[in-house]
Design a protein around this ligand. Sequence first.
Ligand SMILES: *[C@@H]1O[C@H](CO)[C@@H](O)[C@H](O)[C@H]1NC(C)=O
Ligand SMILES: *[C@@H]1O[C@H](CO)[C@@H](O)[C@H](O)[C@H]1NC(C)=O
Ligand SMILES: *[C@@H]1O[C@H](CO)[C@@H](O)[C@H](O)[C@H]1NC(C)=O
Ligand SMILES: *[C@@H]1O[C@H](CO)[C@@H](O)[C@H](O)[C@H]1NC(C)=O
Ligand SMILES: *[C@@H]1O[C@H](CO)[C@@H](O)[C@H](O)[C@H]1NC(C)=O
Ligand SMILES: *[C@@H]1O[C@H](CO)[C@@H](O)[C@H](O)[C@H]1NC(C)=O
Ligand SMILES: *[C@@H]1O[C@H](CO)[C@@H](O)[C@H](O)[C@H]1NC(C)=O
Ligand SMILES: *[C@@H]1O[C@H](CO)[C@@H](O)[C@H](O)[C@H]1NC(C)=O
Ligand SMILES: *[C@@H]1O[C@H](CO)[C@@H](O)[C@H](O)[C@H]1NC(C)=O
Ligand SMILES: *[C@@H]1O[C@H](CO)[C@@H](O)[C@H](O)[C@H]1NC(C)=O
Length: 684
Amino acid sequence: MERSTTAFSFSLLASLALGFVLVVRAQQNPGFISIDCGATNAYIEEENNIAYETDEGFIDSGNNMQVSTEVIYENNLQSSKNVRSFPNGKRNCYTLRPDQGKNKTYLIRAIFWYANYDGKNQTPQFDLYIDVNYWATVSYSTYCYKEIMYVPQAYDIQVCLVNTGNGVPFISALELRTFDDDIYRLRSGFLQTQERYDIGLSSKSFIRYPIDVYDRIWAAQNYDWSTVNTTAAIDLSDGNDAYKYKIPGEILRTAQTSMNASIPLYLQWTPSISLSTKKWIVYFYFVEIERLTSGLQREFTISINDHRFTKTVSLEYLKPVAVVSSPVGGSFITFSIESTNKSGNPPILNAVEFYTVGDLPNVPTAQDDVKAINGIKATYLIKRESWQGDPCVPSNYTWDGLNCSYGNPPRIISLKLSSSNLTGDIVSSLSHLSRLEYLDLSNNQLSGAIPETLADLPHLRFLNLSGNNLTGSVPEALKKRVMEKTLNMSLTGTAIPCLADPCPQKKKKHDILIPVVASVSGFLVILFGALAVVWLSKRKQIAESNKRTLRLKNRPFKYGEVSRVTGNFGRVIGEGGFGKVYHGTLDNGTVVAVKMLSESSKQGYKEFQAEAQLLMIVHHGNLVSLLGYCDDSKHMALIYEYMANGNLRQHLSDATNRGPAKGLDMEQETTNSCGCSTRFGLFA
Ligand SMILES: *[C@@H]1O[C@H](CO)[C@@H](O)[C@H](O)[C@H]1NC(C)=O
Ligand SMILES: *[C@@H]1O[C@H](CO)[C@@H](O)[C@H](O)[C@H]1NC(C)=O
Ligand SMILES: *[C@@H]1O[C@H](CO)[C@@H](O)[C@H](O)[C@H]1NC(C)=O
Ligand SMILES: *[C@@H]1O[C@H](CO)[C@@H](O)[C@H](O)[C@H]1NC(C)=O
Ligand SMILES: *[C@@H]1O[C@H](CO)[C@@H](O)[C@H](O)[C@H]1NC(C)=O
Ligand SMILES: *[C@@H]1O[C@H](CO)[C@@H](O)[C@H](O)[C@H]1NC(C)=O
Ligand SMILES: *[C@@H]1O[C@H](CO)[C@@H](O)[C@H](O)[C@H]1NC(C)=O
Ligand SMILES: *[C@@H]1O[C@H](CO)[C@@H](O)[C@H](O)[C@H]1NC(C)=O
Ligand SMILES: *[C@@H]1O[C@H](CO)[C@@H](O)[C@H](O)[C@H]1NC(C)=O
Ligand SMILES: *[C@@H]1O[C@H](CO)[C@@H](O)[C@H](O)[C@H]1NC(C)=O
């Protein structure tokens, strides 16, 4: 008893503690996503107070690995001690879904420390993609990171590692930070961090969270200039122009100046070859941190490659100013900060960020398609190596089983999920792939009925549902399209009457549902439509011969009699392509279904007549038998034996016991479950 109480209190404490940790984490780093890739549990990094999670829920693929024990001590950060590696698949993607949604600026940082985790002692090289666009090539032997400022166009952000054949991609950590304000934003493209300097800082090697609320990593930088610092508080109220950048006071309190007012501050460099084609954008941060004799103000201009790009910058004591350069390119880049003649004080620089501009040439797949295909993936638990990241883009990483059209935006036009172990119903998300032309779901264990919503796909022209455990009938709207020859449909091996050509020849052992009259007649009409051309050429002969058959086998009814047996058309049991179907009882007690050609459906007359003729020559177990007809120029009716939806095998075994059931052609039934193609052979 005591023991269990203790155990209980312990687990209660543990869960309370866990809850506490989770709450702390949520409150601790708002707007952060911090993933320790390959880690086995969540924790708070002591060095910077950042709460890291495992990569569960962010990615489905890859293996957890630990860096080599020989070097593990070289890096204190817990997040660098594990990696997730991706030996399988060309592209593996993390999916980040920040609470703040799309059209916000996010800092996204991918961190890599190879540290011989695989014992091969060979640093791999691979590509990094942000959503559908190339971000960087990664090939580091030391701890390193790639960082961008990115404004996503969708709620999900995908960071993908692409195997380029130069070793297995891996990642140590992935971090996302959210900016509250509309900063670091370009009209198009993204900013890639090259350097971020805290000028004049001497004590530490770098500053990040929690000092910088946005967790930018500032490296100490000291040029060959004069260093100045202050302990006074920087004015970080929202009245000043640099406020929204939230550069910490600690960073702004140190600075460097030139020796005297007649010497400008020069920054010049030759970008490395890989960056020489890029445009650069520089963010300068200035604060007056020296008390100048009254009346004197630090005042300067900024030039890039000798072109002045700002008006004069005048500084007020402790009030920060942010200046963003225009994009500049070239093999040699110079910035100079030069005092005006009036100033009398040397130019100052407190902090600076260098970015290159990354292009976003690839447009992602239409969001509705992405949502739909992800819904399908989730519903059917589809696990395929390539089913990660954007479904269509880049085109050489299109998901296996999809084909896309590459307009703006790209769309999914074909989906092949045959033999993919799909179970359950045909999911309605399929009907949201609105440009779909080709859909193959054959050879799965899909059950239930064909959803009507599939007819919402206006471009669908191929639908293969063969080899599934489907029941019911084909929705009218789809039937219509098969009949109009705008859709090819296969239902082989399902319990649904076949509408397509070719039809199966194989023996069917499953239970078969006998369709209601309305669907059978629709089905026949569609078959008929498919061969209408052939039929038209032969119609005269056939009509002649069948008229005789009709007369021989079936009794003509008068309209009055039809009206009487249906109780004056009192009970509608279905509706077919050309009119309503009524319940009736013949004088001898036989229950019948009476199909009337509606008077409005004039063009249906030929097909209606054809149906009667067809039924005379096609005897099929799935079809109910025709008992009579009525054709008195004004009214046309077909009178069938009535069968409720039922089990055909049951009918057959009943028939064996009591002799063949009326109108069922036993021989046909046992050899062919569908019969369309053989019957059509006969017709054509
Ligand atoms: C995105 O945000 C910017 C700035 O907040 C705004 O000007 C723009 O209209 C937004 N665009 C969309 C598509 O919401
Ligand atoms: C500020 O300057 C003083 C004197 O030059 C120096 O001792 C101190 O380390 C500096 N402080 C910082 C934070 O760089
Ligand atoms: C500024 O410094 C330079 C180089 O040290 C020197 O030649 C020049 O005379 C100085 N100018 C003033 C106004 O002090
Ligand atoms: C300072 O004055 C000199 C000559 O008087 C002039 O050539 C130069 O352009 C001025 N510089 C600035 C930054 O105004
Ligand atoms: C995919 O296409 C990109 C851009 O065209 C190319 O750089 C890359 O090598 C291709 N990858 C593969 C695996 O073909
Ligand atoms: C996609 O297109 C290729 C080439 O045209 C074709 O071979 C393949 O069968 C198509 N796949 C699907 C799922 O339609
Ligand atoms: C389908 O399931 C079977 C048995 O569970 C498995 O062997 C097979 O690999 C699966 N096929 C696919 C395409 O997932
Ligand atoms: C439909 O799928 C089945 C099974 O995958 C296949 O045998 C059949 O050829 C397909 N039908 C058509 C018309 O492509
Ligand atoms: C087909 O579905 C029915 C119910 O809809 C189920 O009873 C039967 O077991 C299924 N057959 C197979 C082969 O999955
Ligand atoms: C249906 O299949 C036939 C024969 O393969 C083809 O000629 C026809 O164009 C297809 N119809 C549609 C709508 O794709």
